[in-house]
Design a protein around this ligand. Structure first.
Ligand code: PMP
Length: 362
């Protein structure tokens, strides 16, 4: 119950572009009997070894290691680079923010495909820079030709999201190389690979294969999805030291907790087991995609842990129908619905709902 009324603060001058920016919208929480398939989370609970590491990292009266040294050393050793060529942030969204702020300010442009990850526009606005959004192809893919053509002398950052959130489509390695040949060396390219562990298409680009080939390229990865640590907020970047140092300079100090660092290291220790779970989710995804296509849906070729239903102007009604079947989805008004691959028990409920919905579409 509200017992005090705080002032409305209308006279405080705030940046107009911030006032015009809606806060980041999170997927809805789910009722106890519903499946939360709205945030591309990993449905598996944490491994016991990861819980043990979290409990062991109990010296929370102390600040964490701001440089996340042990985790960086571990990732550096796994990928054969220097530890300074690894940077760790409070989720890859924090890394995106740091790199955008490091390279783009007022008057500068940040270029990305759209629709893509919902956080990009807000992060660009906060940096004071301008978003240039290049529409996806009708198949939900990045239109790399159009993106290259949209580069101007104001372009400072270019984001390639593969697999793309929310369509799940990937950029092929060949297309990526051809694209990079058209990007000026002065433009920072961020390859957002939040879902890369779910990719099974051999033609898709993999950042770890191409990092080092381009001096302006940084790869962003996360422990949130395949590794199931969304709640702890750990992401990492690999790329040239000069670029990572600029991100480190743009970071909020000490934002990656010691608990998160310990859990990330424990997850790497259990990578085989965690990637076996990823494989189960991939099998489930393939089942869902073929079942949806058999129902008559035209779904993009997803390589991520979610599927995209192009529901167009029927999106709100379709999301409501899913909710009635106990499926919490992520609708994008007027466009489509993104649904995560979740618990095994969610699949039949989902497919029963989509079978009803597809019949109501024009
Ligand atoms: N990139 C993409 C494409 C995403 O979908 C997400 C999460 N939804 C992120 C980055 C950020 O993930 P996190 O901050 O949890 O690492």
């Amino acid at each position: 119950e509200v017992s005090r009324r705080l002032p409305d603060a209308t006279h405080v001058r705030l940046r107009p572009e911030i006032l015009a920016t809606p806060p980041y919208r999170q997927g809805k929480p789910a009722a106890a009997d519903a499946f939360k398939l709205s945030s591309n989370e990993n449905p598996f609970p944490p491994l016991p070894g990861v819980i043990d590491a979290i409990v062991a990292a109990s010296d929370v009266n102390r600040y964490p290691d701001a440089a996340a040294t042990a985790l960086r050393q571990r990732l550096a050793a796994e990928h054969g680079v220097d530890e300074n060529e690894i940077h760790v942030g409070a989720g890859s969204v924090a890394l995106l923010s740091q790199f955008i702020q490091a390279a783009a300010g007022p008057g500068d442009e940040v270029l990305y495909s759209w629709r893509s990850f919902e956080a990009y526009p807000g992060l660009v606005t906060v940096a004071g820079a301008t978003s240039v959004q290049v529409p996806n192809t009708p198949d939900g893919e990045h239109d790399l030709d159009a993106m290259a053509a949209a580069i101007t002398d104001r372009t400072r950052v270019l984001i390639v999201c593969t697999p793309n959130n929310p369509t799940g489509t990937t950029v092929s390695a060949d297309d990526f190389d051809a694209f990079m040949a058209r990007v000026p060396e002065s433009v920072l390219v961020l390859l957002d690979e939040a879902y890369v562990e779910f990719v099974r298409d051999d033609a898709a680009v993999n950042g770890l294969d191409v990092v080092g080939r381009y001096a302006n390229l940084v790869i962003l990865r996360t422990f949130s999805k395949a590794y199931g640590l969304a709640g702890l907020r750990v992401g990492w970047a690999i790329g040239p030291v000069r670029l990572l140092d600029a991100a480190r300079a743009s970071a909020i100090p000490l934002s990656v907790t010691g608990t998160a660092q310990a859990a990330a290291i424990a997850s790497l220790d259990s990578a085989d087991e965690l990637l076996e779970r990823v494989e189960q989710l991939v099998v489930r995804r393939e089942h869902v995609v073929s079942a949806l296509r058999a129902q008559g849906w035209s779904v993009p070729d997803t390589q991520a842990n979610f599927v995209w239903l192009p529901t167009g102007d029927q999106t709100d009604a379709a999301a409501a129908a899913l909710a009635e079947h106990g499926i919490v989805s992520r609708p994008f008004a007027g466009s489509g619905i993104r649904i995560s691959i979740g618990e095994p028990e969610s699949v039949d409920k989902l497919l029963a709902a989509t079978d009803g919905i597809v019949k109501t579409l024009p």
